[in-house]
Design a protein. Sequence first.
Length: 146
Amino acid sequence: MQEVLPKSFNITSRIRNLMLIDFSLEPITQGELGELNPSIFGFENNVNFSIEPALKQLTFQYTARIYSNEQLSRKLGEIQTFAEFELVNMDDFKSDNQILLPEELLAMFIGIVLSSTRGMLVVKSAGTHLENAYIPVMNPMDFFKK
């Protein structure tokens, strides 16, 4: 992947698929429910992606594990989503038979996946012990620092 976005940069892309793979809740007792602070949740976030040049396609799988606090001591649930994007002009990023996509471009797609998953979590968690757990706003570039 390239480190720096080229000076002149045009992309032509579209969402091919965006879906919920899994949403699960961990069992919780009434006592634990009473101890939950609805304004403090911890999140463990993971994004995996792949590039399929022949299909001009990028795929992303995002998992957010939700915990009862920022120390991640008690898992409360999990949401997992999948997205496919078509990068119509992927050939513009070819160099020596390799696809070199700028991190900034990948971060843009990760941002779409994060925002979509955030909305899915709101819908799926309504009326549960996770109804106040909102995936925090994150800088998608942070996923490249790992």
